[in-house]
Structures are given as C-alpha cells and as structure tokens.
Design a protein around this ligand. Structure first.
Ligand code: AMP
Ligand code: ZN
Length: 290
C-alpha cells in the first residue's frame, strides 16, 4: 500500500476493503467528488448538453456491438446469477450458474451510443450528452489511482466530423484550464488503446499517429508517476458505424468523448493540497466551494 493510501485510510477519506482496486470513501472525499462533478457539469449547462444517467450494468449485446469484448476482453466482467438447483437454493457450477445477459459498464459513454442510435438520424447540430457512471475494469492493482470500480464523468459528442473535432479541441483547452485552477501539475500525452484495440499494434500505433486519444496526466502526489485523469477521444466513425448512426442528410456521423476520472482527480487534490479541504488554496476552494 502506498503511503498516500495508508494515510488517506487512516484519515477516514478512503476505506480499505481488502480487495485491490475496490475502495470505499468517507464523507469528505465523496463531497469533493460531488463538487468536482458540479464544476464539470457547468459546461454542459452552458452548452446545452442533455444529461442522462444509466445503471452501472448494460446488456452484453450492446457492449459487444461497441467492440469492447474484441478490444479489451481482459478488462470486461460479466454478471452471472445462481439458479435453484439440485444442491439447494443457491448452486454454483454448470447446473446453477446462469447468465444474466448483463455486463459491468467499462466506460460511461458506452451506454450512450445505443440511446442515440434508437432516436434515429442526427440533426445537423448533432447530439451532445453529459453523463457519469460507475465503471468497472478488471485490473486489480495495488497502485492507489488504479481502481477496478471508479466513476467516470463524460461528455459525448456525435455529429459532423468537424464539429466533433472542435468539441474535443475545446475540451482539451477547457480541461487544462480546469486542472490549472485546481492547482494540480499536469501534462498532455498522446495515448493509444480505446476503440480500435487489438487486432493489433499496427492499429494502436496508427491511432497514436492520428492523435485519436489524448490524455491529461497528473501525478497524484509530488513524486508519483503521472496518471491519466482525463482523456479526450476522437472515435471517428467507429461507434457511429457500429450503431448505424447517420446524419439526417445521410452523411457519416462521427463521435468523440471526454472522460474525467473522478477518484483520480480527487486523490490528486488530497495528495497535493492536504487532507483538509478547508485548508486548500483559496483559488481551489473558490472553484469547488465558492
Ligand atoms: P479511458 O476510457 O481509459 O480513457 O478512461 C477515462 C478516464 O477514466 C481516465 O482518464 C481515468 O481518469 C479514469 N480511469 C480509467 N481507468 C481507471 C482505473 N482503473 N482506475 C481509476 N480511474 C480510471
Ligand atoms: Zn468515452
């Protein structure tokens, strides 16, 4: 366990569960997560985003259609139930292990594409959606900011390619201003992974060349290695093709999203500014509590 995590547990901000990457939070930590969510949400109010929420589980069929199981099967998790079998009310094994058809949501935006697809073609201005979800990724780790269950606050833009690019550019600027206001050290990095995943490095490297995924990295405390606190993704036609989402004039629609890791950003605030939010720098307090 890192010192920061031990100290946060001792202070009651984090609650250890004995499972790597599954962590409880005290009221003060939760309050900061909530306030950060309100700050991120303000942009949506100013820019006419539609806010929606979904449960942290979704249909396996939809997740497959998003391409997640092809790209990241190792991170995915399926929900199974138990039937009433010959061994009693709850049985495990082949006679009682039932598929629910549900999987854990791995990225908040994956719930959005089926919703938008069901509405039919996009008007010229496209769609702008704000959401957050508890996300699950099966990557147990003792690294403090790497969780299996975490919250992701996202904006998803669907529409003409140029509009999606402009949305992403705006957020790259906006997010840098946000982390500067939070007085956290950060840098941008050109990442790969996401939507095009396996089959292959070739695709990953082409994704990198095309700058499709940019991350904002923050060390959660002085001396820690930088970790991604948000990502700015341009998926081109990957999701829109999978969901047959088109523009009303039948031209191809593109999509992009920006995703904030709420626990990571909050950890960084505690890591850099101390364990008592009432003592955080004035500018940070002004933004979150002002
Ligand atoms: P991604 O879809 O991988 O770009 O994730 C979006 C954001 O979610 C990242 O920038 C992180 O802040 C956060 N995130 C992703 N994976 C994890 C994880 N294992 N633990 C905590 N936060 C995560
Ligand atoms: Zn996303």
């Amino acid at each position: 366990m890192s010192d920061l995590r031990c100290d946060l547990v001792d202070a009651g901000h984090l609650i250890a569960t004995g499972i790597d990457g599954i962590v409880g939070h005290g009221a003060v930590f939760e309050d900061v997560v909530r306030r950060l969510g309100l700050v991120i949400g303000r942009w949506g109010i100013d820019n006419g985003a539609e806010t929606v929420h979904f449960p942290p589980v979704m249909s396996r069929a939809n997740l497959e259609r998003n391409g997640y199981l092809r790209s990241f099967p190792q991170l995915a998790a399926v929900l199974h139930g138990f039937g009433c079998g010959v061994h009693g009310p709850f049985t495990t094994g082949s006679d009682g292990d039932l598929s629910t058809g549900l999987m854990m949501v791995p990225s908040a935006c994956y719930t959005i594409y089926p919703m938008v697809a069901a509405r039919g073609p996009l008007r010229a201005e496209g769609a702008l959606v704000e959401t957050w979800s508890r996300c699950f990724r099966r990557e147990p780790s003792t690294d403090t900011p790497r969780l299996q269950s975490f919250r992701m606050h996202e904006y998803v833009k669907l529409g003409r390619g140029a509009d999606v690019v402009a949305f992403r550019e705006a957020w790259i600027e906006k997010a840098q201003a946000l982390y500067a206001s939070l007085q956290l050290p950060f840098r941008l990095d050109n990442a790969n992974d996401a939507f095009f995943g396996r089959p292959g490095r070739l695709m990953a490297s082409s994704q990198r060349e095309r700058n499709l995924k940019i991350e904002l990295l923050v060390p959660i405390m002085v001396g820690a290695k930088p970790t991604a606190c948000c990502s700015f993704n341009y998926a081109e036609a990957h999701f829109t093709e999978a969901w047959q989402i088109n523009m009303e004039d039948e031209s191809t629609a593109h999509s992009g999203c920006v995703g904030f890791g709420m626990e990571r950003t909050t950890l960084a605030l505690f890591g850099h500014h101390g364990f008592q939010p009432e003592r955080w720098p004035d500018g940070v307090r002004q933004l979150l509590y002002g």
